[in-house]
Design a protein around this ligand. Structure first.
Ligand SMILES: [Zn+2]
Length: 157
């Protein structure tokens, strides 16, 4: 049997699930570096996913606590996708990925971890970044620390 060292997963599993909403709470704090907030737009912000599937895994979220995409105003939605688009450019410049996944999990049954506050995921992909562990164990090894990723991406939006 192989053992895989994946400390960010156990941290997630053991972490106390807070009552509040991190996508409301984090931008409300003046701690962007500690919270891995990379960019603040007028209606949306960009934050590194603390439990990334790959280095550079971004989350883009509106400041407003709404559960689904259709609840965004046109201005919020337009900026949301403009920021996602910019995020692709930033990740290309810094990490030169071979591809991306962009997506959202809406509702608990769809796999949403933060189910009441809509957010989009942007995940850079490289050839060979997937292997059997993803399929069987929901474990993936991320070789680069979050703080390093933050430093590389900060100021580029
Ligand atoms: Zn919220």
């Amino acid at each position: 049997m192989k053992h895989i060292w994946a400390p960010w997963r156990i941290e997630y599993i053991l972490s106390e699930k807070t009552k509040g909403c991190i996508l409301c709470d984090k931008p409300g704090e003046d701690e962007d570096e500690a919270n891995y907030i990379l960019y603040r737009g007028k209606h949306n912000f960009v934050m590194l996913n603390s439990y990334p599937y790959n280095p550079g895994h971004l989350m883009v979220a509106p400041y407003r606590h709404v559960g689904s995409l259709e609840s965004l105003t046109a201005a919020e939605r337009n900026e949301h996708f403009a920021i996602i688009s910019r995020g692709l450019g930033v990740l290309r410049e810094v990490f030169a990925p071979a591809g991306f996944n962009i997506g959202a999990n809406i509702g608990r049954v769809a796999g949403a971890g933060i189910e009441d506050h809509y957010h989009s995921h942007v995940v850079p992909r490289w050839g060979g970044d997937t292997n059997y562990t993803t399929v069987v164990a929901d474990i993936r090894v991320v070789p680069q620390a979050l703080a390093d990723t933050y430093r590389l991406l900060k100021g580029r939006f």
